[in-house]
Ligand binder design. Structure first.
Ligand code: XMP
Length: 510
């Protein structure tokens, strides 16, 4: 792998993703990992990420110079660039002045910047800067605030840049990363969906042998792709379990029951638990209580199905759709506050007594989608927007019942249809539609007064759901959705648009 050493800024994940977009496998490691341990992973290259703005900052992480006692290619970015310069005998000027945001790079040849325009927009965030490059390095670019903004040494296969090539504002950044990976480090771009599938299939076969496997399907992308991958590997030894809690959107249960099975040939056990879920949710309005009930009932339903299955064929493995960001974040141990108790199929208890298969634990969401497409899952399933495990229950503000679910389902379907019709599905991360079931407002329709419920449109754009902004959808799309919802969904006489970013709002309303 290419190792991305995380110096504590939020850029490491982004760098790892960009490396993979260049079709090279990458892994994030903490800067505290001993060099020997990094080398034991046999890295094809090591990328030092950004971090504090200066190597002189109090408490700035130290780069172990042993890293340079061997021949692994190294690319330093921002803080990593300064740390590398210092470690190799260059000088970092303690200027105290800062350069933030977009600036212009003047390129002077070299491999990294070869044939790129001489004047390039790049994204910077640094305090101090490299004044003198280490011996053997050619300086290939400068900016107004950084006389040494890029350097490279082709003999040792080391290079670095003061700016951030991984962010979109650095327009040629991806090209520069590719040049480092291919032309300087000499790595072949072999990380393709086809190869990932081959590797995973072999690994799953080796792990499972001739044992039986169970997989929970949620209707979401991750569990569907994980199941399809395991199905590809071991076929008939897999049984999928889909707990239909009655809180899904229009067409979703059918998608799992028909399209997924048609595409994969997997054996599917459907548990129709809508009655049970709605029974327990009756009259409950508190968001956390809703989540707890749904989480608990989900596990009960799943365990019941697992026991039945186990009686027929002894099950030893459980498939989980854990993704790489979950792995990185839970390894980070930052102890983020519990804003909402998220529940999904991944929240199944450990005492289910199955060994875990997690075929997606090295992958990012976009890679999971590419894999799903390669495995032949339908486009609608693979490109589906994220949807919360507790489903529509947390998009009804107030108590949940069948009638309200039907109203929300109808409004939600209209919003989805119009978004798709306008070709904007990919511009939006997620588009919750929320029913304010306990609110009524006065309206007029035909000749009569109405006293109905508002529906909230909450389209957001995001990279990872950690932060989000409200999507600036064209007004005519919003207008069409509003007109159709108020005309077609009885009891709804008002449509409002949520224009709150996250933070301070969360994506969902509960
Ligand atoms: P929030 O509302 O916290 O949501 O901004 C962030 C992302 O998580 C999804 N979400 C959930 N997913 N179980 C899930 O599987 C949950 O309980 C849950 N709550 C929120 C939400 O849709 C968004 O993508």
């Amino acid at each position: 792998p290419v190792l991305v050493v995380d110096f504590g800024a939020q850029y490491a994940q982004l760098i790892a993703r960009r490396v993979r977009e260049a079709r090279v496998y990458s892994e994030i490691v903490p800067h505290s990992m001993p060099v020997a341990e990094m080398l034991a992973k046999d890295p094809a290259a090591i990328i030092l990420s950004g971090g504090p703005s200066s190597v002189y900052e109090p408490g700035a992480p130290v780069l172990d110079t042993k890293l340079f006692d061997n021949e692994v290619p190294v690319f330093g970015i921002c803080y990593g660039f300064q740390a590398m310069a210092q470690a190799l005998g260059g000088t970092v000027a303690h200027t105290g002045s800062r350069e933030y945001g977009r600036t212009h790079l003047t390129a002077q040849g070299g491999t990294l910047l070869r044939e790129l325009p001489d004047d390039l927009p790049v994204w910077m965030s640094h305090g101090d800067s490299v004044a003198v490059a280490p011996q053997g390095f050619a300086v290939t670019a400068s900016t107004p605030g950084a006389p040494v903004a890029a350097f490279e040494d082709l003999n040792t296969r080391r290079a670095g840049v003061q700016f951030h090539p991984e962010v979109a504002h650095t327009e040629q950044g991806q090209e520069m990363l590719r040049r480092f990976l291919y032309d300087i480090a000499g790595i072949e771009p072999t990380w393709t969906p086809g190869n990932i599938i081959e590797d995973q299939v072999a690994a799953i076969r080796a792990q499972v042998g001739d044992k039986q496997v169970i997989c929970g399907l949620s209707g979401g992308v991750d569990s569907a792709v994980a199941a399809a991958l395991v199905q590809r590997a071991i076929g008939d030894q897999l049984t999928c379990v889909f707990v239909d809690h009655g809180l899904l959107r229009a067409g979703e249960a059918e998608q799992v029951e028909k399209d997924f099975v048609a595409a994969t040939g997997a054996r599917l056990k459907v548990v129709d638990a809508a009655e049970v879920f709605l029974g327990h949710l009756a009259g409950v309005t508190d968001p956390e209580q809703k989540r707890k009930i749904i989480g608990r009932e989900f596990i009960r339903a799943f365990e019941g199905a697992a026991r039945e299955l186990d009686a027929e064929r002894h099950v030893e493995f459980l498939v989980q759709g854990t993704l790489y960001p979950d792995v990185v974040e839970s390894g980070g141990g930052t102890g983020t506050a519990n804003i909402k108790s998220h529940h999904n199929v991944g929240g199944l208890p450990d005492d289910l007594q199955f060994a875990l298969i997690e075929p997606l634990r090295t992958l990012f969401k976009d890679e999971v989608r590419a894999l799903g497409a390669e495995l032949g899952l339908p486009e609608e399933m693979v490109q589906r927007h994220p949807f919360p495990g507790p489903g529509l229950a947390i998009r009804i503000i107030g108590a949940v019942d069948r009638e309200r679910l039907d109203l929300l389902r109808a409004a939600d379907l209209i919003a989805r249809e119009e978004l798709t019709a306008s070709g904007l599905d990919r511009d939006v991360w997620q588009f919750p539609v929320v029913l304010l079931a306990d609110v009524r407002s006065v309206g007029v329709q035909g000749d009569g007064r109405t006293y109905g419920h508002p529906v909230v449109l909450r389209p957001v754009s995001s990279e990872d759901a950690m932060t989000a902004d409200w999507s600036r959808l064209p007004y005519d799309v919003i207008a069409k959705i509003s007109t159709r919802i108020t005309n077609e969904v009885r009891e709804v006489n008002r449509v409002v648009l949520d224009v709150t970013s996250k933070p301070p709002g969360t994506i969902e309303w509960e």
